[in-house]
Design a binder for this molecule. Structure first.
Ligand SMILES: [Zn+2]
Length: 173
């Protein structure tokens, strides 16, 4: 990086820190020639493509504001929300794309939110995936229960009607 004071081509990084909630990195550089210091800023190239086609920089704050309403009255702290936004960013960045459809950001929210709070998840999913009927909720709840059982939680008790052996009359010839 060229020194803005003496135009020498050689400079070294003396400090580097994340700013803007991790969306940018600011570096302090020192010129190898004149020894003066200057700052460079490296901004994230991760963009969200909205349904309208417009793009905007990915923002963890927007993820948080998007799920906050679904978390109302639930035991979810600001730290939980911040961690969720971090997880969503990790998922989105892991795709390796510079531009992510808003739809995919929503999908990336579903997983961590379900881990965080199942009620909040159902609220968010009902809007995001436009649940129209009670059956949509029932199907999703059944899925949550099935996955809960799969990880060893207490199974949901189902009263099953057993057929009494006395009613089973044999009709073998
Ligand atoms: Zn210089």
């Amino acid at each position: 990086m060229r020194c803005p004071f003496c135009k020498a081509d050689d400079s070294r990084v003396v400090d580097s820190r994340a700013v803007d909630d991790g969306l940018a990195i600011r570096r302090r550089r020192e010129c190898a020639e004149c020894g003066r210091r200057f700052t460079t800023s490296e901004t994230s190239m991760l963009y969200v493509v909205k349904r309208s086609g417009a793009t905007e920089p990915f923002s963890r704050a927007k993820v948080v504001s998007g799920v906050r309403k679904a978390c109302q009255g639930r035991p979810v702290s600001e730290d939980d929300l911040a961690l969720l936004a971090q997880q969503v960013e990790d998922i989105v960045r892991a795709t390796g794309s510079a531009e992510i459809p808003a739809m995919e950001v929503g999908l990336a929210i579903l997983g961590p939110l379900r881990q965080l709070d199942e009620v909040a998840y159902l609220r968010f999913a009902s809007v995001y995936r436009s649940f129209d009927t009670l059956e949509d909720f029932e199907a999703e709840i059944a899925l949550l229960r099935a996955e809960g059982e799969a990880v060893g939680e207490e199974p949901v008790s189902v009263s099953s009607t057993t057929v009494s052996p006395t009613t089973q009359t044999s009709h073998t010839p």
